[in-house]
Design a protein around this ligand. Sequence first.
Ligand SMILES: [Zn+2]
Ligand SMILES: [Zn+2]
Length: 117
Amino acid sequence: MSESERKNFLGSGNDPFICENCGADIAPLSGSFRNHCPECLWSLHVDIVPGDRKNPCRGLMEPIRVEGAEGSGWYVVHRCVECGEESRNHCALTAEVQPDSWEVLIEISRSSPPPKG
Ligand SMILES: [Zn+2]
Ligand SMILES: [Zn+2]
């Protein structure tokens, strides 16, 4: 990936937005881009490559389970309510502005079935 492509990649998709699930006003994340609401952790199916906002689906994506561990970082797995596609997203629990809700993350991990095997 060239320097200009990289800039483009990181620069797109990091705008303030309003969550379509809970209506929260979301500020952009510095140093990275948000792909889910920090308040309810729902996402929107807008990316093909993370951050590109080129997916025409635009369905709401429900947080269905939590993966990861203390130390290695936490991921929330989203499933699109429109097309069923799943994607795994790193949580921004330590963001300076509007970090992801730890309480909601715990709720999701409690309600999701334990991993098989
Ligand atoms: Zn929300
Ligand atoms: Zn979708």
